[in-house]
Design a protein around this ligand. Sequence first.
Ligand SMILES: NC(=O)c1ccc[n+]([C@@H]2O[C@H](COP(=O)([O-])OP(=O)(O)OC[C@H]3O[C@@H](n4cnc5c(N)ncnc54)[C@H](O)[C@@H]3O)[C@@H](O)[C@H]2O)c1
Length: 360
Amino acid sequence: MTQPLRFGIVGAGMMGREHIRNLKLLPGARLTALADPTPSSLDWALSEAGDPGVATFETSQALAASGLVDAVIVASPNFTHRQELEPLFAAGLHILCEKPLCTTLEDARWAVEQAKTHAGVFWTGMEYRFMPPVAAFVERVHAGEIGRLVQLSIREHRFPFLPKVGDWNRFSANTGGTMVEKCCHFFDLMRLIVRDEPVRVYCSGAMDVNHLDERYDGRTPDIIDNSFTIVDFAGGQRAMLDLNMFADGAENQEEIGAVGDTAKLEVFIPSGDVVFSPRVGFLAPKQVSRTHVAVDQAALEAGSHHGATFHQLEAFLAAVAGTAPIQVTAEDGLRAVAIGVAAEISAREKRVVELHELGF
Ligand SMILES: NC(=O)c1ccc[n+]([C@@H]2O[C@H](COP(=O)([O-])OP(=O)(O)OC[C@H]3O[C@@H](n4cnc5c(N)ncnc54)[C@H](O)[C@@H]3O)[C@@H](O)[C@H]2O)c1
């Protein structure tokens, strides 16, 4: 029998602990080490792991040098990803780096270059692709159920950003800005669903409600809490993201709708419903059909991403075993950051941003 893959986690905060809970569900994986400079994070993560044999380190350098891990999940704050990736690339370890790949295009391009010659698997964490209802939705769009895809709309209406260790997520310099930090997920989904590259972005957004009364060393947060973003794709398809982060009462947090020339398909999270509405003409009775995509209960309970963390780790393990391709590459991570960076510039400068301005 093959030995389980030995995992290390760099950054043992909220997302690191979600990975710990999901690794426990995978027989092909075993957590062996953690790296985090904050002792309370390590304590909390160790109790989550429930295994006193898990080694702890302050840095990813020490973890990489320990010889205790085959694969590493990077779940440290966004602005630390590049510095934490350096020793992991150097050690030739398999890497799953949480989104956003990096906070700047320069750093994300660096990661893409490293990944090209990397001995191990490099995977950008993009959980939303792996939510079972979203995966079913994408498969049906790609199978041609709506005909030729013309318009794609993604709505995320959710709760404000949560408190984080050291409050790093309150400032764009640390996160890349909301359109990079959070919305890279949705820009990644757009590229995945449309199967094309964007050419221009227009984003109208601001911080209008959340964090206005918060102060950190006298500074007020500077992160967008609501926005509309339009993304034009090279093939003429148009996509839109409607983000709101003070809509915690919304029934569904995510609603994705694709309209083709013959039908519309929608998916709703967390309801898990996929709704198909073929065109029937103005007067004919509608023929709407609704299917429910169930999620494994253990995977659902092990995280707050509708089972996605479990399924992504499963797919990562398959890529390491060489039985399946890398589904989210460093290049995918870079491209999602690029749309986010374009959206941040667009919102700030109140203008359309062409992707070629950013070198794409
Ligand atoms: N895929 C998703 O849906 C999703 C969801 C949440 C967070 N994330 C990503 O996961 C990462 C962590 O976010 P979080 O919500 O867990 O934040 P967090 O603040 O809860 O945890 C971050 C942890 O990293 C530690 N840390 C700080 N600097 C470090 C360094 N240089 N090296 C190692 N560890 C360091 C902190 O002490 C803390 O324990 C971010 O990149 C975030 O964008 C992804």
